[in-house]
Ligand binder design. Structure first.
Ligand code: DX5
Length: 231
């Protein structure tokens, strides 16, 4: 079993941002020391909300060099993969529940020159990704039901995160394990102890009383401490 060194990555969701000044908000996040920036792409079908088209992402791309990830909460994502890669996303994440040909879709993202990722809704078992680990660079375990920010974290997902951590370590592959939804300075501890190494935070980070940089720093310290304690 190979244990990969895992310093935590702190990645904001742009969903709570002031959409009237998106470029400036993205530049602020870069200034705050985030490792990547996540775009929550929703189509109003896979989830009951509608958000960022590729042109919006491309416009914000001019404001920073920080890597972008697109979290596609859409049906038939194959239609859109190239648009988000062209818009400047280094990583494209699709939902397993939306991909009848998940292996082909993940390989397709890599052929476009981007890193690939697969997301699982809270009810979806980890075994769904067991036969596509060679095709993915990241697995995302949703810790809320996707569609909105500001929801409560689901601790019941932690046993699935622990199972995914074992599957990834047993594979020997350098795959990131991401959690998304309800991540705060408190809930991040359970997620990190379970084995996650990438943490998405939206409302908690944008609302942090001391500003985004202090929030990023606190999340990183909490995740590092939890990972060290559970190693
Ligand atoms: C929900 C999105 C999340 C959400 C996170 O569908 O995938 O990225 O915006 O926001 P918080 O941290 O507020 O739960």
């Amino acid at each position: 079993m190979t244990q990969h060194a895992r310093s935590p990555l702190i990645v904001p969701s742009v969903l709570p941002a002031d959409l009237g000044r998106l470029g400036a908000e993205v530049a602020d996040l870069a200034e705050a020391g985030v490792d990547r920036i996540q775009w929550d792409v929703m189509d109003g079908v896979f989830v009951p909300n509608l958000t960022f088209g590729p042109d919006v992402v491309a416009a914000a791309r001019r404001s920073t060099v920080v890597p972008f990830e697109a979290h596609l909460m859409v049906v038939e994502p194959d239609r859109l993969l190239h648009r988000y890669v062209e818009a400047g996303c280094d990583l494209v994440i699709v939902h397993a529940e939306a991909c009848p040909h998940l292996h082909r879709t993940l390989a397709g993202i890599r052929r476009l020159g981007a890193r690939s990722g697969v997301a699982l809704n809270p009810h979806t078992p980890p075994e769904v990704v067991a036969h596509v680990l060679e095709e993915t660079d990241l697995v995302l375990a949703m810790t809320v039901n996707p569609g909105f920010g500001g929801q409560a974290y689901l601790p019941a997902v932690e046993s699935k995160v622990a199972r995914l951590r074992r599957m990834i370590d047993e594979s020997g592959l350098a795959i990131e394990l991401e959690v998304d939804g309800g991540i705060t300075d408190t809930t991040i501890v359970g997620a990190a102890e379970a084995g996650a190494d990438v943490f998405i935070s939206g409302s908690w980070l944008f609302d942090h009383p001391d500003g985004k940089a202090a929030g990023v720093d606190l999340l990183r310290r909490r995740a590092t401490g939890a990972a060290t304690a559970s190693a």
